[in-house]
Design a protein around this ligand. Structure first.
Ligand code: DQA
Length: 143
């Protein structure tokens, strides 16, 4: 089983950006955690981060026929991107939306998630542990 993990804009700044929302661990720490868990679960992972919406759309499209699941933190594009929603709908790969913080209890503009309607689950407000939960959820789909 192969899972694509996508992180959107500014998540390369984890460890520096707004630690009150996102903690002090880095994106490299997150990827280490995910790779360790993937090994335990017996799944292969590709992890990709981009600050560019079109790059994320390209990655989702390229996953067609290759990935069995997508775990995505679309970051700010959660609240703006119909393109990411349409990409997930197009490839029909089971997708889990994950957020480190809980956007639903922050600014009003964060309460909208376009991608959510195409996702099988949304995990939010659990820090990095939410990514592990999402990975486990996707890995269990094939069992
Ligand atoms: C985020 C929440 C978004 O509102 C924000 O724009 C992010 C990160 C999260 O992981 O909590 O960049 O997706």
């Amino acid at each position: 089983m192969h899972i694509l993990v996508l992180n959107g804009p500014n998540l390369n700044m984890l460890g520096i950006r707004e630690p009150q929302h996102y903690g002090t661990q880095t994106l490299a720490d997150l990827i280490d955690m995910l790779e360790h868990e993937a090994e335990n679960l017996g799944v292969s992972l590709e992890c990709y981060q981009s600050n560019h919406e079109g790059d994320l759309v390209d990655k989702i499209q390229a996953a067609y026929g290759k990935a069995d699941g997508i775990l995505i933190n679309p970051a700010a594009y959660t609240h703006t991107s119909v393109a990411l929603l349409d990409a997930v709908k197009a490839v029909q790969i089971p997708t889990v939306e994950v957020h480190i913080s809980d956007p639903d209890i922050r600014d009003d503009f964060r309460k909208v998630s376009y991608i959510r309607q195409a996702c099988i689950a949304t995990i939010k407000g659990k820090g990095f542990a939410g990514y592990i939960e999402g990975l486990q959820l996707l890995a269990n789909l094939k069992k």
